[in-house]
Design a protein around this ligand. Sequence first.
Ligand code: SAH
Length: 246
Amino acid sequence: MRPDHRAHRLYVEASLRADADVVLSPEQSHYLDRVMRAKIGDAVIAFNNLDGEWRGHIAETGRKAVTVHLDQALRPPAPQGRISYYFAPLKQARLDYMVQKAVEMGVARLGAVMTQHTMVSRLNLERMQANAVEAAEQCTMIAVPEVLAEQKLEAMLARRTADEVLVFCDETAPVTSPLQALAAIGPDRPISVLVGPEGGFSDAERALLLAQSNVIVLSLGPRILRADTAAVAALAFVQAVCGDIT
Ligand code: SAH
């Protein structure tokens, strides 16, 4: 899958085109120069959402600035998929994990949702963004998912579009086949997957969610999963029925 296992794969914001010399950020330069001990001529793969994926090589090294010369386009920009992932934020280590895993599972968008039992009041968006970029670099994807600012559950629901399907992961739902439940989603419709906080949704929130139009209540089996596990399980089912795991 990975075009070149030895190449360093980096998300680069600068515009990528043939023969461009791209100066990497101080953090990326430090990483390549000091941590990876990269040498002039080493292969680099650079990508971003607008320009796709490019192959290049290190043209200049230095602790503060490493320059990459781009040689050829490898893959065109990828369309963002139709799956958004909404979740009640968790404490830092689990949140890092959940963001990375959701990116690996191929979501187009990630958004924290504040609920009654959410234990986290402040969110480090930059850190979420950095986790999203790092996961995208590792898993050969081209389009880094968008990271939304946190919002209240009611606000997130109010912003839903008419054709959007809400996949509400509910541990109190009767245990039925997730594959069958998701089969009702037609092609092309945007899909929002929602996982609650460690303390679960309140009764009022559950009632609000069940009253939504176009809602699918998803059971992930007879066990109560931790939220970060529920994220991976739910997204695997959704990708298998409606996405790119086919
Ligand atoms: N209310 C629970 C735990 C919540 S688990 C308690 O404290 O006992 C955190 C979230 O993961 C839930 O809000 C739900 O969205 C999701 N989840 C966990 N297990 C699930 C299951 N078996 N089916 C569907 N969703 C599940």
